[in-house]
Design a protein around this ligand. Structure first.
Ligand SMILES: *Cc1c(COP(=O)(O)O)cnc(C)c1O
Length: 431
C-alpha cells in the first residue's frame, strides 16, 4: 500500500489529499526554516545535558522528603543552562502552568505591592489568581493590587500608558508571550526584550516575569535571553515534549527562583525538598525531544493556516507571518465549521478517535464550547487539540501535534469533515 492509499483507507478523499499535497509543495522553505530552528534548539538542550553529565543515576526515583535528589537537581541545572538563567525550579509538584505562575507571583509580591500587566488582559485562569475576578486566596485578598495597560489598536506597546502606570508600589511586571485565546497578537522575543528594556529604564528594580506558555523553542532565543528575571511555563505544553505527565517550571535569577522555591514548599525548606517519585525519565526525555515536537506542531499550524486561508477563511496568524507560539486560529463564521473542524481533529487522534465531540455548556463559559483532544496526557495541549466557542466569529483555536505527520493527518481530517458536512466545496476551488 502506498502512503496515499493509507490516507484514502483512513477516510481522506482523493481531492482532499491532493489539495493538501499541493499546499505542502509550496511550504518547503517555511518548513526548512522551522527545521533550522529545531536543530539549533536541539543542540542547545543536548549541550546542557552533556555539560551537566546527565547519567542513568539521575533517572532514579526518590520518595519522602527527597533530600539530595541528584536527578532533580541536575534537571533543574539543565533547564537553567538551556535557558541561560542562574537557577531553575522544575517540579512535578508544580501541577500546571497556572500553578507555576501563581507560585511565581505570590513568591515575589508582598502586601501593598502592585502587579502590572503592560500587554493587556492575562490568560483566563490568571484572572482568579490575581483577583481580577474575585476568588479565594487571590493576590487581591492579600492586598496586592493590579494594574493593566492594553496594547494599542495596532498591537504595539502603549509606552506612554505604561510609563504612567508604573509607580513606587509597582513590584512585578507580567508579560504574556502567547496571545493564548485572546485576539491580540503573540509577542516575539525581540519585542519582549524591548519592553523589558523600557521598564528597566524607568526603574531597574522592577521584576520582569514572562508567561512563556506555548512559546518555548519556537524561536532560537527565549525571553530569559533578553532580560526577563523569570520565565514560567507548563510541562504539559512545549518543554515537556509530550512525555512529561505533569509539571511546571520557573527559570530565572537565583534570588527569584529561591523565593519561588520557598513559596512552593515552605519557608526554610525551599528547593531542598520535593521527591521526584520516579517520573524524571519523562522530564529529561521530554525536554530532549521538545525542540523536534515543537517543530512538528509549528508545521501543522503553518499547514492549516495555508489550507484555510486558501479556502477563503480568516486565519490568525496568516499563511505567511512569522510564528512566536504554536497556536493557530481559524474563523469559520458558522457553527458547522467549528464543529466539523473539531470532529476531524478528534477522528485523527491516536486516543479516543472513535468519540464524536459535541458542543456543551461548560461551567464558566458564556456559550457552548466544543473541544477535541485525543491525548496520551489528559489536557496536554502540546498534543494535537482544538476547541472553539459556539459564538461569532465562530473561530476554532488549535495547537500541538507530537509529530508533523499526525498534525498533517488531523488537519486533512478536519478538512474532510468540512467537505463531508458541505461547509466547503473543493470542486469550486480547483482553478
Ligand atoms: C496554558 C496557559 C496558561 C495556563 O497553563 P495551565 O497548564 O493550563 O494551567 C497560562 N498562560 C498561557 C499563555 C497559557 O497558554
Amino acid at each position: 500500500m502506498s502512503t496515499k492509499e493509507i490516507y484514502l483507507e483512513a477516510g481522506i478523499s482523493k481531492e482532499v489529499y491532493e489539495f493538501g499535497e499541493q499546499i505542502i509543495e509550496q511550504l518547503k522553505d517555511r518548513f526548512s526554516e522551522v527545521d533550522h530552528i529545531a536543530e539549533y534548539n536541539q543542540m542547545k538542550v543536548l549541550r546542557a545535558m552533556q555539560k551537566n553529565r546527565v547519567c542513568a543515576e539521575h533517572f532514579a526515583a526518590t520518595t519522602g522528603y527527597g533530600y539530595n535528589d541528584a536527578g532533580r537537581d541536575a534537571l533543574e541545572q539543565v533547564y537553567a543552562d538551556c535557558f541561560h538563567t542562574e537557577a531553575a525550579l522544575v517540579r512535578p509538584q508544580i501541577t500546571c502552568g497556572t500553578h507555576a505562575l501563581a507560585v511565581a507571583l505570590s513568591a515575589i509580591l508582598r502586601p501593598g505591592d502592585e502587579l502590572l500587566s503592560p500587554v493587556g488582559k492575562p490568560y483566563d485562569t490568571l484572572e482568579e489568581v490575581i483577583g481580577i475576578r474575585d476568588s479565594i486566596g487571590s493576590l487581591k485578598e492579600f492586598n496586592i493590587s493590579y494594574a493593566q495597560v492594553d496594547l494599542l489598536p495596532d498591537n504595539s506597546f502603549d509606552y506612554e500608558g505604561i510609563k504612567n502606570a508604573i509607580n513606587e508600589r509597582t513590584k512585578l511586571v507580567t508579560i504574556q508571550r502567547s496571545k493564548g485565546y485572546a485576539t491580540r497578537k503573540t509577542l516575539s522575543v525581540k519585542e519582549i526584550g524591548e519592553l523589558i528594556s523600557f521598564i528597566k529604564g524607568i526603574r531597574n528594580d522592577i521584576i520582569c516575569m514572562v508567561d512563556n506558555c506555548y512559546g518555548e523553542f519556537v524561536e532560537m532565543i527565549e525571553p530569559s535571553d533578553v532580560g526577563a528575571d523569570m520565565i514560567v511555563g507548563s510541562l504539559i505544553k512545549n518543554p515537556g515534549g509530550g512525555l512529561a505527565p505533569i509539571g511546571g517550571y520557573i527559570c530565572g535569577t537565583k534570588e527569584c527562583v529561591d523565593k519561588c522555591a520557598y513559596r512552593l514548599s515552605a519557608p526554610g525548606l525551599g528547593q531542598e525538598v520535593g521527591a521526584n517519585l520516579g517520573i524524571l525519565p519523562s522530564f529529561y526525555q521530554g525536554f530532549f525531544l521538545a525542540p523536534t515536537v515543537v517543530s512538528g506542531a509549528l508545521k501543522g499550524a503553518i499547514f492549516a493556516a495555508n489550507i484555510y486561508e486558501k479556502l477563503g477563511f480568516k486565519v490568525i496568524p496568516n499563511s505567511t507571518e512569522s510564528r512566536h507560539d504554536i497556536i493557530q486560529a481559524v474563523e469559520f463564521g458558522t457553527p458547522e465549521g467549528v464543529i466539523s473542524f473539531c470532529q476531524g481533529i478528534q477522528a485523527a487522534a491516536p486516543v479516543d478517535s472513535y468519540v464524536t465531540p459535541e458542543p456543551w455548556d461548560m461551567p464558566g463559559y458564556d456559550s457552548p464550547v466544543i473541544m477535541a483532544a485525543g491525548a496520551f496526557v489528559q489536557g496536554s495541549s502540546i498534543e494535537l487539540s482544538a476547541d472553539g466557542p459556539i459564538k461569532p466569529p465562530y473561530a476554532v483555536y488549535f495547537q500541538g501535534g507530537l509529530t508533523w505527520y499526525h498534525a498533517k493527518f488531523g488537519i486533512l481530517m478536519s478538512l474532510q469533515k468540512l467537505v463531508d458536512n458541505n461547509v466547503i466545496n473543493l470542486e469550486n476551488l480547483s482553478k
